[in-house]
Design a protein. Structure first.
Length: 257
């Protein structure tokens, strides 16, 4: 019932011309081992797509391939109509890694203003972005004095201020309390409604309900590309976590047979 997505692509109605991401037969090898195996997928523009799976399944490797920092063995990765890593994409794609990428000796305001200046944004836009991630009260604090969750939000602000067309977020809600997580997902929904495409990785299945579509991964394979409702319907489960486990068991049974 659940074949690998690269053998039986999901038809989402998104063609190459209007796709934010168009990945074909992607193979990545890291440390001599296959990290990604023949991945094929398309993601439409102005959507929130959840990239979900256990730690070590290849989520970060896939994201690195999308932003052009990962050497690939074979296949193609097309981002906003251009090959991943192309120079014109540098101002069109935002990437927030798991580890905060900010200057610890600068204040929150100076960090965001610095990145704003790189993309031709104003100080006012930097201030608005700081507010959007809930850090207005911490504007003048040095980054080194912030908590891990606060640092993550500074990194997010530095990416958001560029107003990218595609925003790639590697587990952005790790370490955040439930209130902050809910606020961030509301912000992501606003961005998607304004036309930004978001690819958000997580290993927490309850975050899948915030996504329009899911990419479910395990052991370097794309198990399925479908909506949360489709996942529940096809597995006959009532929770997304149980549905994902059911999908994994079905895939294992196919391999054994």
């Amino acid at each position: 019932m659940f074949g690998p997505a690269h053998q039986r692509p999901v038809e989402t109605g998104t063609g190459p011309a209007d796709a934010a991401l168009d990945i074909r037969d992607l193979v990545v090898r890291r440390g001599g081992k296959l990290a990604l195996r023949d991945l094929t997928l398309r993601v439409g523009r102005g959507t929130i797509t959840g990239l979900l799976g256990p730690s070590g399944c290849g989520k970060t490797t896939l994201m690195r391939a999308i932003v052009g920092t990962q050497v690939v063995e074979s296949g193609t990765v097309t981002v906003l109509g251009l090959p991943a890593g192309s120079r014109p994409l540098r101002s069109r794609v935002g990437y927030v890694t798991q580890s905060p990428t900010v200057y610890l000796d600068l204040s929150v305001r100076d960090n965001v203003r610095y990145f704003a200046s790189l993309y031709g944004r104003s100080a006012r836009e930097a201030t608005e972005t700081i507010g959007a991630v809930g850090l207005t009260e911490h504007t003048t604090r040095l980054a080194r004095d912030l908590s891990g969750g606060e640092l993550g939000r500074v990194s997010l602000a530095c990416a958001l201020v560029a107003e990218p067309e595609l925003l790639v977020l590697d587990e952005p809600t790790v370490g955040l309390d439930p209130v902050l997580r809910a606020e961030l997902w509301e912000r992501f929904a606003d961005l998607a409604a304004a036309g930004t495409t978001l690819l958000v990785s997580s290993h927490v299945m309850d975050e899948a309900e915030h996504c329009g579509e899911l990419l479910l991964m395990r052991d370097g394979l794309l198990l399925a590309q479908l909506t949360p409702a489709q996942l529940l319907e096809q597995t006959h489960e009532t929770s997304l976590e149980h549905a994902f486990l059911s999908l994994i068991r079905a895939r294992a049974a196919e391999v054994r047979s």
